[in-house]
Design a protein around this ligand. Structure first.
Ligand SMILES: [Zn+2]
Length: 248
């Protein structure tokens, strides 16, 4: 079964040059073949023959360079998505998936959490966004980067392994989540965490990729206490704009 567009609330993105100004919506799934070409990069140090899958993947597909530098604007977009999620009554967690095309990096999808509003405790935003992008761009995503305001849990990190995501960037750690939940958790927002690090899962999955933790951590930490100004207003109607590939 395909992933419905509204399940992820994916939004139109922009290029490195134009920021997030792109507003024209497209359907995911029409990535031109030339977007998947390019010179094969590296995926970090592959130190032993036990990681044959990494070697095989590196030789066949374009990977994110180990010298990749995360971009503030993409995490800021994830933070904006998190706030929108909170505004409609969900957990303030957001994610963005970008694609690196040569020297450009473009937003493919962005989404806010829907665990509360969907009634499904496993509809984590990272997992849903990965599923959505994968449904349009193929089963493996080695030239894509996942940005998340929160460290991906073991489930979502596992999805990163299976989809062979190219890099992961996250804001607050699972330790941050746990600490806040113990001290400030409320009946409405009981922050829980599964204390298995994202890096640990990726390592066990033999996925040697750049991982950047605690990126814009102070801004992401503020999401714990984010109180929507729309709280007393009717729920915000979910947006259903859909990102599309950059073809120019
Ligand atoms: Zn998760």
């Amino acid at each position: 079964m395909g992933v419905r567009a509204e399940a992820v609330e994916a939004n139109a993105g922009g290029s490195e040059d134009n920021g997030h100004g792109e507003t024209k919506a497209h359907h995911v799934g029409i990535s031109p073949p030339e977007d998947r070409g390019g010179t094969a990069g590296t995926v970090g140090e592959v130190q032993s023959s036990e990681e044959e899958s990494c070697i095989e993947l590196r030789s066949r597909e374009k990977m994110i360079s180990p010298t990749y530098k995360p971009k503030k604007k993409f995490m800021q977009l994830a933070i904006a998505e998190a706030k929108r999620a909170r505004d409609r009554g969900d957990y303030p967690i957001g994610a963005v998936i970008t694609r690196v095309i040569g020297k450009r990096e473009v937003v493919i999808a962005s989404a806010g959490n829907r665990v509360k509003t969907s009634g499904s405790s496993i509809k984590h935003v990272e997992l849903e966004t990965l599923k959505y992008v994968s449904s349009g761009y193929g089963r493996y995503l080695p030239d894509f980067v996942l940005y998340s305001t929160h460290e991906p849990c073991a489930m979502c990190a596992g999805a990163c392994v299976w989809s062979k995501i190219g890099a992961v960037v996250f804001g607050v750690s699972q330790e941050d989540i746990t600490a806040y939940g113990k001290k400030h958790g409320t009946e409405e927002f009981k922050w829980r965490a599964c204390l298995i690090s994202c890096k640990f899962v990726l390592k066990k999955g033999a996925l040697r990729i750049p991982v950047f933790g605690k990126f814009l951590r102070p801004e992401c930490r503020k999401l714990f206490g984010y109180r929507t100004a729309l709280r007393a207003s009717p729920p915000v109607k979910p947006r259903t704009r859909i990102a599309g590939p950059q073809t120019n």
